[in-house]
Write a protein that binds this ligand. Structure first.
Ligand SMILES: [Fe+2]
Ligand SMILES: [Fe+2]
Length: 283
């Protein structure tokens, strides 16, 4: 029995030593520039998660299919927990939770809103757009949490790393779930919707076509006046734009050819002149 007790107390001593070593490693490594950088990145994702919550609300309201709405609602509640976890990480590093404006997430969310504007309300194409927009957000989060978890390990912050990895796994499975939703139902339904409306599989409202038709080179010159059919720069269709562009290229090419030809003629003329002059000199 004695030998068992000795072995047990030996184990607990060695655990204490390991813990002390870990603490020493933490104190040594957790000071300095890397710590500062880690905390800055924490503030960045803490801000981002708050914005994502608002974004998820908008996406859920705009979604048509119940399965997509449900998936967004579920991730909304996960995101609320993730924010709480970030507060724990702040506490573990002895910092008050604070936010730093994250331009990247604001850009990704803004793009998501534009995608909503570019798709017809109540259409499955909009659900496709919502899935893509949400996946862009998830990929940003996966990159951030993956890097932060590794950084926490490097800093000897294993507890913080575990917390960050828990969130990382949620972001990954949200991304996978969205892909499944797209592949198993939403994409196909959006395609059928397009076929039913008789335009060969596209959306009843085609944002790409719309953008091409909206594009007017004259507006870049500030010369185009809307509704002015006699304007020097009338509205162009996509096809006309292509034709115009081809014509412009042809013209450029012809001009270049002409220039080359002129240069050649000049050179020939100069050479002839030189020869004549030489001949004259010999006479
Ligand atoms: Fe998140
Ligand atoms: Fe997320």
């Amino acid at each position: 029995m004695d030998s068992i007790n000795q072995s047990a107390s030996g184990q607990s001593r060695s655990k204490d030593i390991t813990k002390k070593r870990q603490n020493a490693r933490f104190n040594e490594k957790f000071e300095g520039k890397l710590k500062e950088f880690f905390v800055e990145e924490l503030k960045d994702i803490y801000f981002a998660e708050g914005e994502i919550l608002k974004g998820l609300d908008k996406m859920e309201a705009a979604a048509i299919s119940e399965s997509l709405k449900e998936s967004i609602r579920y991730h909304h509640s996960e995101t609320e927990e993730q924010i709480e976890r970030l507060k724990e990480v702040f506490e573990l590093v002895g910092e008050e939770p604070s936010k730093k404006k994250c331009e990247a997430i604001l850009g990704i969310l803004k793009e998501g809103e534009t995608m909503l504007e570019d798709t017809e309300e109540g259409s499955m194409v909009r659900d496709v757009a919502i899935i893509i927009a949400c996946q862009k957000v998830e990929h940003y989060e996966i990159a951030t949490y993956g890097s932060l978890a590794e950084l926490a390990r490097t800093l000897g912050l294993d507890e913080a790393a575990d917390i960050l990895e828990e969130t990382l796994e949620e972001e990954k499975s949200t991304d996978v779930g969205l892909t499944e939703l797209a592949v198993e139902s939403v994409n196909e339904q959006a395609k059928e919707e397009g076929e039913e409306s008789g335009n060969g599989g596209g959306s009843p409202f085609d944002p790409v076509e719309e953008q091409i038709n909206d594009y007017n080179p004259a507006s870049e010159h500030g010369d185009y006046r809307e509704g002015d059919s006699d304007s020097e720069y009338p509205m162009h269709t996509g096809e006309e734009l292509d034709e115009d562009f081809d014509e412009e290229l042809d013209e450029d090419f012809d001009e270049e050819l002409d220039e080359d030809f002129d240069e050649e003629l000049d050179e020939e003329f100069d050479e002839e002149l030189d020869e004549e002059e030489d001949d004259e000199a010999y006479k």
